[in-house]
Design a binder for this molecule. Structure first.
Ligand SMILES: Cc1cc2nc3c(=O)[nH]c(=O)nc-3n(C[C@H](O)[C@H](O)[C@H](O)COP(=O)(O)O)c2cc1C
Length: 162
């Protein structure tokens, strides 16, 4: 399995250019537009990863919402979806919890292949076999607009402190 993140195509729409620094000390250029894809009602986005957060399973809703093809997602780190508006500390809490065998809930703004974004309310659980964590599963639901507004303000504040 390769851990390289796929190159993002440059959006045709007006966009911003960002350089993101990822865990493991590598960089990638990403593009953002202000186009939001609304999370459809009743939808569930599901993915599974190995212990390093490399995607091993993606359901159809995940493929559709992220804009990437399934074979571009499988074998790729979940940070392929990382949006530059999210502070690093949001992911630190996630990893601390799941590596300790705990469930994590949180609001995440995700980056689409086309530079747009979508908000999710995610629940991540460790998959345990024979007393050992063997990977993680994430299920995302539609978040409320109130929570999105609240979390957007909080993340902006945390990001400014980084
Ligand atoms: C099961 C699982 C699901 C994840 N889902 C997302 C996600 O939807 N969006 C995201 O940006 N990071 C997600 N992450 C966190 C990423 O692995 C990564 O930590 C994050 O994008 C920050 O990138 P970095 O760790 O390279 O700094 C997930 C991790 C796990 C274990």
């Amino acid at each position: 399995m390769s851990n390289a993140l796929p190159v993002m195509p440059v959006p045709e729409k007006p966009h911003e250019v960002h350089t993101l620094q990822y865990y493991g000390d590598f960089e990638r250029t990403v593009y953002t537009t202000d186009e939001e894809t609304l999370f459809p009602e009743g939808y569930l986005i599901v993915s599974r990863t190995d212990l390093d957060g490399v995607i091993t399973h993606a359901n159809d809703a995940f493929v559709h919402m992220s804009g990437w093809e399934r074979d571009e997602l499988i074998g790729t780190p979940h940070s392929i979806l990382r949006h530059p508006d999210l502070p690093k500390v949001a992911f630190k809490g996630l990893w601390d919890d799941v590596q300790a065998g705990k469930k994590w809930h949180g609001y995440v703004k995700n980056l689409r292949k086309d530079g747009g974004f979508y908000w999710v309310y995610a629940t991540i659980i460790p998959n345990v076999r024979g007393g050992k964590i063997v990977g993680y599963t994430s299920v995302r639901r539609q978040p409320s607009r109130e929570k999105i507004a609240e979390m957007q303000a909080l993340y902006q504040e945390l990001k400014a402190q980084e």
